[in-house]
Design a protein around this ligand. Structure first.
Ligand code: GDP
Ligand code: CA
Length: 399
């Protein structure tokens, strides 16, 4: 138990409307009738790559976990349940793009321009591979990045779980957040597309190694690995759906389930609702864990003013029949009081429902600035999520 109900419980002046009541004993602890002050805060964040990583920078800032020394004396903890749907085998090494984006971003090694990969990256290995003419030639493995993949692959080959491999890699980067792959199993996103050509003979629809399968020049619908769609085709092939290959046999890790079940607050980062958060939710058992956790579940909209900030989330949403709007994404996730996942949903100013109800289908809505321009601005978003959940953390002392 991280709550101290004898300390600071009570109504905070200016505190907003609390979350709607939910039926069922399993949800009672998550119902916020009063504001509860937490002296030891445990936040669990569902995260994708760039958006998830930037959000985690804000969570870390809010809880004062930016530096090693601050962490040493801190009772607070952040667990990030990270998407592995983008993962792939390329050139014999295991790539985990979203885990690495979170790790490099929080570890201060991310390329700030691209938002992924190492700062100061070089591409000698990629160029040498191209000189050999090996496929796939459309996926650029950076030299520095390759070291991460080599360590990961060696450890996986030695029998370590991805969770423990990630923990080992994180020792170097010291992210200040526990990075947890949602599953240790392969559960890779494939994109159903029509058209395009496999002109380089890379093939498509091969779950084992994207771009290394049989030729697939056939123009009919087929499922290609997410990386092939995203990197090779630059998301230009219109998707008609997404499939998680491996989901049938995948299970969440015990660490992930524990993180969700023991959190004071679960936050759905403003990550891509389809290929980041959706891929996390596709792992059997994750939805049930989110529905049964005593913690409130609050999400942040990646859609602001009817547009996504970067990436192709709008294309992904359209493919699954969801409008690109903050309220439509809230409906897509649904309310825990119904059959969905959310208690609260933060939207950008102007994006709340026009009827003034402050709710969408049972999900409490609050308007706050949602641009993650820097960790301080993002920390305010995390504070708003905590506030909407009816929780309170001790005041920040770092600014
Ligand atoms: P990816 O795995 O690298 O694609 O990253 P994520 O899935 O974690 O995040 C991508 C999403 O982040 C996109 O849908 C963007 O709309 C969203 N995003 C990026 N920057 C911001 C921001 O400043 N504010 C909000 N609210 N969303 C953002
Ligand atoms: Ca991603």
């Amino acid at each position: 138990m991280t709550r101290r109900p004898d300390c600071g419980v009570g109504h905070v002046p200016g505190a907003p409307a609390t979350l709607p009541d939910r039926a069922g004993p399993a949800h009672r602890r998550g119902v916020a009738r009063t504001v509860t002050t937490l002296v030891r805060v445990k936040i669990c964040v569902l995260a994708g790559g760039v958006g998830g990583a930037r959000f985690l920078l804000g969570a870390r800032r809010l809880l004062g976990l930016d530096t090693e020394s601050a962490r040493a004396g801190s009772p607070h903890r952040i667990d990030a349940v990270v998407n592995v749907g983008d993962d792939a085998w390329m050139h014999g090494v295991r790539i985990c793009p979203d885990l690495d984006t979170c790790m490099y971003t929080l570890g201060g090694g991310i390329d700030p321009e691209r938002g992924w990969g190492h700062a100061g990256e070089t591409w000698n290995c990629r160029d040498e591979l191209a000189a050999y003419g090996v496929q796939p030639d459309w996926f650029g493995l950076g030299d520095k990045d390759l070291a991460t993949h080599l360590v990961r692959t060696q450890m996986l080959d030695a029998g370590y779980r991805l969770t423990h491999v990630t923990e080992a890699l994180s020792t170097r980067w010291s992210p200040g957040v526990r990075l947890l792959p949602v599953t240790d199993d392969r559960c890779e996103t494939h994109v159903v597309v029509t058209g395009g050509t496999a002109d380089d003979g890379t093939g498509a629809g091969d779950a084992a190694t994207p771009g290394d399968g049989p030729d697939a020049d056939a123009p009919g619908p087929r499922a290609i690995h997410f990386q092939e769609w995203w990197v090779k085709h630059r998301a230009q092939l219109t998707p008609s759906g997404f499939v998680q290959v491996g989901a049938d046999a995948a299970t969440p890790t015990p660490e992930t389930l524990e993180a969700i079940e023991t959190a004071d607050l679960v936050v759905v980062a403003p990550s891509n609702p389809v290929v980041s958060v959706g891929a996390i939710l596709a792992v059997p058992g994750i939805r049930a864990a989110l529905r049964s956790t005593p913690a409130p579940v609050v999400g942040l909209s990646p859609v602001i003013g009817g547009a996504v900030l970067r990436g192709m989330a709008d294309t992904c949403l359209t493919a699954i029949g969801v409008e690109t709007s903050a309220t439509a994404v809230a409906r897509h996730y649904g309310a825990r009081s119904g059959t969905g996942l959310l208690d609260g949903w933060l939207v950008a100013p102007g994006d709340a429902p026009a009827d003034g109800s402050g709710a969408v289908d049972g999900v409490a809505i609050r308007e706050v600035p949602l641009l993650m321009t820097d960790p301080d601005a993002t920390a305010d978003m995390v504070a708003a999520a905590i506030d909407l959940a009816g929780l309170e953390v001790p005041a920040r002392t770092d600014r």
